[in-house]
Design a protein around this ligand. Structure first.
Ligand SMILES: Nc1ncnc2c1ncn2[C@@H]1O[C@H](COP(=O)(O)OP(=O)(O)OP(=O)(O)O)[C@@H](O)[C@H]1O
Ligand SMILES: [Mg+2]
Length: 326
């Protein structure tokens, strides 16, 4: 529906496997189903991009994986463990391995604390390890993100630029030696010149720490550049999933084609003329059948009555659309 279905989940041991994820927000106007049956997976060492226009549920999906807040329904499997079923205590243990960085680095750092204490915080909460060991690990993390531990450690966040603050946020996460980091628009708040530096840093720490990344972004050029696989969302549902180059070159869902129209050089051989009609519907009252049908230039009667389920249209490329062809 944009659709439901889990055909896009790969066999074997994915590091993260999200199945039929749903997140409801109770509001005065009614229940907002921000995420509605989302399934995808991330293999070890992979960078998976989560894209779609504002309000489609990207951040909600990323946060639900870490139970910030927990999903209303569905499964989050991390390295063989069902995250949604963990006790508070076991979840705290897992938090080190599963981390998140956010869009606005400055506001996510406590302005009153020194950088070395901010970076050490996760280690201190986790306990174990003496002061010397903590100091050593903090110094290594700062060094790994390109900050001089000797000078940066004793300063406070306000003494740093936005890009440097994002480096501090990355150090704070790396110190816990995570396996997967959910990156929610990690460079969107930064100057263009600084964005490339932070993306390069993420690529280098990904290699040196053996990380997997779930990379949430509305910047499709960045996603194309750094992601192995891409998941396209619309109104809380998955439209399309596939290898990044394939999806950019040959988007199969009408919504993906629409998104790609904004990216120079992408989708060069897509059929021309797919233009969205109408406004983005409200999540409080989504359309029947396919959620995208009210804006879809190709919609037929069936789209109003039947929810499309994801199916493979080319090797590794899955689409939730009744009409899509490879
Ligand atoms: N705490 C909340 N209470 C009620 N509704 C919410 C809440 N947080 C998000 N929403 C709604 O859930 C939907 C998904 O929001 P979300 O922030 O996940 O989207 P997003 O894809 O990350 O958007 P953006 O690109 O703007 O960051 C939106 O309709 C949003 O208004
Ligand atoms: Mg968001």
């Amino acid at each position: 529906m944009a659709g439901v279905g889990d055909a896009q989940l790969r066999d074997g041991a994915a590091l993260l496997r999200v199945t039929d994820l749903e997140v409801d927000y109770p509001t005065k106007e009614g229940v907002v189903r921000a995420v509605s049956g989302v399934s995808f997976d991330v293999l070890r060492g992979e960078t998976v991009g989560l894209v779609g226009e504002s309000g489609c549920g990207k951040s909600t999906t990323g946060r639900a994986i870490l139970r910030l807040p927990a999903p209303s329904r569905g499964s989050v499997h991390f390295d063989g463990v069902e995250v949604t079923a963990l006790s508070f205590e076991r979840m705290r243990e897992l938090r080190g391995r599963l981390q998140m960085i956010f869009q606005d680095p400055i506001s996510s750092l406590n302005p009153r604390r020194r950088v070395r204490d901010i970076v050490a915080e996760g280690l201190v909460i986790r306990g174990g390890g003496g002061r010397a060991e903590v100091a050593e690990r903090v110094a290594k993390a700062l060094d790994d993100v390109g900050l001089d531990p000797a000078t940066a450690g004793s300063r406070r966040p306000s003494e740093f630029s936005g890009g440097q603050c994002q480096r501090i946020c990355i150090a704070r996460v790396l110190v816990l030696e995570p396996e997967l980091i959910v990156c929610d628009e990690p460079v969107s708040a930064l100057d263009v010149s600084v964005q490339a530096q932070i993306l390069n840093l993420l690529a280098s720490v990904k290699a040196s720490y053996g990380l997997s990344l779930l990379f949430i972004s509305h910047d499709l050029s960045v996603v194309r550049h750094i992601c192995d696989r891409v998941v396209v969302m619309y109104l809380g549902r998955v439209c399309e999933v596939g290898p990044t180059e394939r999806v950019f070159q040959r988007p199969a869902h009408p919504y993906t084609r629409l998104l790609m129209e904004s990216v120079p050089g992408a989708a060069a051989d897509r059929p021309p003329g797919d233009r969205a009609k109408a406004e983005l519907p409200s999540v409080l009252a989504p359309p029947s059948g396919c959620y995208f049908r009210t804006r879809c230039p190709l919609a037929v009667d069936r789209c109003a009555t039947e929810t499309p389920v994801t199916r493979e249209v080319a090797p590794g490329q899955y689409v939730a659309c009744h009409l899509a062809e490879a």
